[in-house]
Design a protein around this ligand. Sequence first.
Ligand SMILES: Cc1cc2nc3c(=O)[nH]c(=O)nc-3n(C[C@H](O)[C@H](O)[C@H](O)COP(=O)(O)OP(=O)(O)OC[C@H]3O[C@@H](n4cnc5c(N)ncnc54)[C@H](O)[C@@H]3O)c2cc1C
Length: 443
Amino acid sequence: MAGLVPAIYVFVYCGEKGANPGARPGMTRRDAFMSTTLSEEQRLMRQSCRDFVDDVVIPFIRGDWQREWVMTPEERLPAEILQGAEKVGIRTLGVPEEFGGIELDRASEVQTFALIAEEIARGDSGLADKLVQNWKVSVLLRNLAPRHLQEKWFKRLVDDPQFLLAHCLTEPRGASDRWLPYNVPEAAMHTRAVKQNGEWIINGRKQFISNGYDAGLFVVYANTNPAVGMLQGTSSFLVPRDTPGLTVARCNETVGCRFMNNGELVFENMHVPADHLLVEGDALGKAAVYFRPGKIIQAAKNLGVGVRAFEVTSDYVQNYVQGGRILIKHQAVALRLADMATRIEAVRALLERASKAVDDNAPDADTLCNMAKVFASEEILKVAQHALELHGGNGVMLDFGVEKIFRDAAIFLHMDATVDISRFKIVKSMFPHTAGKYAGPEN
Ligand SMILES: Cc1cc2nc3c(=O)[nH]c(=O)nc-3n(C[C@H](O)[C@H](O)[C@H](O)COP(=O)(O)OP(=O)(O)OC[C@H]3O[C@@H](n4cnc5c(N)ncnc54)[C@H](O)[C@@H]3O)c2cc1C
C-alpha cells in the first residue's frame, strides 16, 4: 500500500542535502511541542498512533496524490487503513469496555481524544474525521441510548472495522440558528418527526454530514413540536442505514478532508421504531456530551494539520537552497518559521487548558472549548499559508502535497459552527445575562 514517494519530493531532498549535510528529512521539532504531563497510557497510545501515521498513513497519502480525487467515494480510502486504525485500538474509543471498546480513563478522556486526534490528523485530516465521529457518537450513545440499543450497535461497531457513525444536525437552512441557538418556533428544524401507530415517521433532509456517505448508523435530529423553540421541540433518533425511507443522496465533494466522505441524507416517510428515540424534546441540550468534546477534537485535528505543515516546512527550508544558502538562513524565512512554531505552541497551550476544563466539567468549559476551536481554525490556517508560501511554486503543485495541508486547514473554519458563531458563543457563555440573543428581536 505504501507507494513510492513522488520523484519531485525525492529530488528536493537529495538535491539539497549536499548543500546542508547536517539536515535530515524528518528531522523536525515536533517533540518540542509535546506536553510533559501525559500518563503512561497516553504516551503509549500516542506512540502507537504516531507509528501508524508514519508507517501507513503518510506513505499512503504521499504515495498517490490522485487518490484523494477519485470521484467514486467508495474507492478513495482502502479498507486496510481503517483496519490499521482498528489494530492500534483507536477506532472505537468512547465505547464502554463492557461492550468491547477500549475504555479510556474518564477523568482525562477528552484530553486523550485530543492527543490521538492530533496524531491522526497529522497523517490525514479526513481519516481523523472518520474516526473521531465514531468516538463522539459513541460518547453520545453511551449516555443517551437505551441499553438494548447499546448492546446491538456497539457490538456492530466493534465487530466491523469499516463500520462508521454519523451525527446529523445540519439542514439546508438554519445551521447557525441551531448553534446560537435561535430558540423560537419559526427557527425550528425542517426535518419533522411525527409519532404514528407506535413508530416515528420522519421527513426532511440533512446536509454536510461527516461520514454521512458511509456510516452504518446515524443520530438524526428532528422537530417533534412545532409550537415551541428548538431547545424544547427537538428530538433525536437512532437510525440504521437500512431504515425504509432513508436515502444517502450524495457524497459532497469538499475542498479538503476528502477521505472523510461528507454526505447528504434524505428522509421520505422514514419509519423509525419507537424504541429508537434517544431524547424527546430537549435533544439539543442533552447533546452537550457530544458538542463539548467535539469542539476540543476539532481543535486537536486542526493542530495535527498545523504540526504536519510545520514538519514539512522545517524540512524544506533546511534543505532547499536559494541565493547561495539554505532557506532557513534567509532571515525573512526564519521569521515565518518562528511565527508558525509560535502559533502552533499557542494553539496547543489553549487546547490543553480547554480539554482539561471539559474533562473536569469546569464552569468555563463552554467558553474555553469554543475559544480553542476558533483559535485553532484561524491560527493553523495562517500556519498552513506560511507553509504554502515557503515552498514557493512547489507549495501549490498538487503532487507536492503542501497544498493539501492548506485545503485541509481551510475546512476547519466551518465545522462545528462557523468562527463567527463560535465567537458569539464565547461572549454568551462569559456574559450570559447581558450579551444579546444574536438572532431575532430582543425582549
Ligand atoms: C466539512 C464539514 C463537516 C461537517 N460535519 C457535520 C456533521 O457531521 N454534522 C452536522 O450536523 N453538520 C456538519 N457540518 C455542518 C456545519 O456545522 C455547518 O456548516 C456550520 O454550522 C455552518 O452552517 P451553514 O453552512 O448552514 O452556514 P449558515 O448558518 O448558513 O451561515 C452562513 C454565514 O452566515 C453567518 N451567520 C449565520 N447566522 C448569523 C448570525 N445570527 N449573526 C451573524 N452571522 C451569522 C455564519 O457565520 C456564516 O458566515 C459540517 C460542515 C462541514 C463544512
